[in-house]
Design a protein around this ligand. Structure first.
Ligand SMILES: [Zn+2]
Ligand SMILES: [Zn+2]
Length: 389
């Protein structure tokens, strides 16, 4: 976004030279804003885009301080002073003035602009005087929405598509978000000519404040839509289907771009953030991309060696327990763990654990006794070298 902004030519957007006076900029903007205003060009996406671009250009160039910053940044950028593609690095020297916070959403009054950010410019424009009445129908990026979901262990490991029910503001279906009663449409505010802004000259500087007639919206709704009371927004419960990628961990937060709250008047929607909770599994545990499980074995299986069938996320595999395997040892089965985002999968870690019989029948007891004898005669001492023995 930053880079995009730097690559934009705000002077060209307004059709003025880079040496244009504040007055020339103001005039050029007014004319363009009038011609391109969404209310004058309903449904014209191109005009809407241009309108936004022109508003953005004006927001920067009409503020002498921001204009100076923009000019400087552009000069630096053109001379290679900024890494291309990387945006600004925090603390890299050019973060003051809120350049990092810049995006269109901020311009149109999203609340997340940092102090001194460009959001403040327009926030100031539309809200100066401290009235607190925010322009409710100005194009504004939708808010981000937070939600959470609980997945089964295997679902999280393998990826799953889940329906999420959410209640959030959406464009009113009755008026399609215009806020005007169906059959009518908002008209361009005659006081500000649809710009939403009234400019005043005071001393050396001209400054702007929101139009009082339309409260900065640029348009006047004579017959408000009854279903949304003229806001163009309705609370709607919707179910969206979300694809959770394989390998998400408990507590992880997933961002789904554009799935948040609807934007106002054609502005982009916010993002949806889903915090994922993963329930425990009876068999498997997880360490990063590795799947863990405890395999119960008998003493004789460890001594003699065996091959045991163990479950994986997909089907079962035979795990070879070599003769003489120590209790508690972990055997690795490559590539049978949790799928990785980069492709491939982690490993399955199988830890053997001896199950000791609580009761033996006479035959087994007899056999074990003679085995113990034989073991001793064979010279095996489990505590050889242990504790100073
Ligand atoms: Zn409505
Ligand atoms: Zn007005």
């Amino acid at each position: 976004m930053n880079r995009e902004w730097l690559e934009k030519d705000f002077y060209k957007e307004l059709g003025v030279s880079s040496g244009a006076s504040q007055d020339e900029i103001k005039k050029a903007y007014r004319k363009l804003a009038r011609d391109l205003h969404p209310d004058k060009n309903p449904g014209d996406v191109k005009a809407e885009e241009r309108f936004k671009a022109v508003s953005e250009a004006h927001a920067v160039l009409s503020d002498p301080e921001k204009r100076t910053e923009y000019d400087e940044a552009r000069r630096l950028f053109a001379s290679g002073g900024f890494p291309r593609g990387g945006g600004f690095s925090p603390g890299g020297g050019y973060t003051q003035g809120g350049f990092n916070d810049f995006n269109l959403g901020d311009i149109f009054g999203a609340s997340n602009a940092g102090e001194g950010g460009l959001g403040d410019i327009l926030g100031g424009l539309f809200n100066r005087g401290g009235g607190g009445a925010r322009a409710s129908s100005r194009p504004r990026r939708g808010s981000d929405v937070e939600t959470e979901t609980t997945l089964g262990f295997r679902e999280a490991a393998q990826g799953v598509t889940v329906p999420l029910r959410m209640t959030s503001p959406s464009p009113c279906t009755t008026c399609h978000g215009s806020g005007a009663k169906p059959g009518t449409s908002p008209r361009v505010c005659p006081h500000c000519n649809g710009t939403g802004v009234i400019s005043r000259n005071q001393g050396a500087f001209g400054f702007s404040e929101p139009c009082e007639d339309c409260r900065g919206t640029g348009s006047i709704i004579d017959d408000p839509c009854v279903d949304c009371h003229g806001t163009g927004i309705q609370n709607r419960t919707r179910t969206i289907t979300v694809r959770i990628p394989p390998g998400v961990g408990d507590g992880q937060r997933i961002r789904l771009a554009g799935q948040g709250e609807a934007g106002l008047r054609g502005a982009p929607a916010g993002d949806l953030f889903v915090t994922v909770h993963v329930s425990q599994d009876k068999v498997f545990g997880r360490t990063g991309d590795d799947l863990t499980l405890v395999l119960p074995v008998s003493y004789s299986e460890l001594v003699l060696g065996t091959t045991v069938s163990v479950p994986t996320l997909e089907g079962r595999v035979g795990v070879k327990v070599p003769a003489g395997t120590a209790d508690g040892r972990t055997l690795r089965v490559r590539g049978r763990g949790v799928p990785k985002r980069s492709g491939g999968a982690g490993d399955l870690l199988v830890t053997v654990k001896v199950a000791v019989p609580q009761k033996l029948d006479d035959n087994a007891t007899e056999a074990l006794r003679s085995y113990a004898e034989a073991e001793k005669l064979g010279g095996f001492d489990p505590r050889a070298g242990w504790a100073g023995a």
